[in-house]
Ligand binder design. Structure first.
Ligand code: HEM
Length: 125
């Protein structure tokens, strides 16, 4: 499936459910929990959701509100080693299982998340 067809296939609702399922796991996660702003988890959830919606063919709210994503730069304040990268991918993988998106959407999103997560690494374990 083409990236730009994904929003058409799952809509706001699909991305909302996926990102909510991801963020539900964050506060209780020993590795990632402490990295995220405890008083602005809703904001963080919205930023990831808007980014994904725009990236996969939906409205470009993220760029309108935050500008160019520059994801590596925006992740520079956090120490992201292989363990943190793998944990992020694991939580997103669980969120994908829980959300039960169409199979071809899941098959396109998994390698995308894994690839971007690898690019975010900025520290050795
Ligand atoms: C590799 C492990 C990763 C870790 C530990 C991590 C951690 C974080 C943290 C702590 C934030 C700040 C939360 C906030 O206030 O917005 C953040 C923001 C964000 N992350 Fe990640 N992240 C990872 C991977 C990814 C991946 C794979 C993506 C995209 C597919 C992504 C997309 C974003 C976006 C869009 C933001 C909001 C940036 C902004 O506008 O400020 N992250 N991440």
């Amino acid at each position: 499936m083409d990236d730009s067809e994904i929003f058409q296939a799952i809509g706001e609702d699909g991305f909302e459910r996926l990102v909510a399922a991801f963020y539900r796991q964050i506060p209780g996660d020993d590795l990632l929990g402490p990295m995220y702003p405890p008083d602005d988890l809703d904001g963080a959830e919205q930023r990831l959701r808007d980014f994904l919606v725009g990236r996969f063919g939906g409205p470009s709210r993220y760029i309108e509100q935050r500008g160019h994503p520059r994801l590596r730069m925006r992740h520079a304040p956090f120490v992201i080693d292989a363990a943190a990268r793998n944990r992020w991918v694991e939580l997103m993988s669980r969120a994908l299982e829980e959300t039960q998106l169409p199979r071809e959407v899941e098959l396109a999103l998994r390698p995308f998340f894994e690839g971007v997560a690898t690019m975010m690494m900025n520290a050795r374990s």
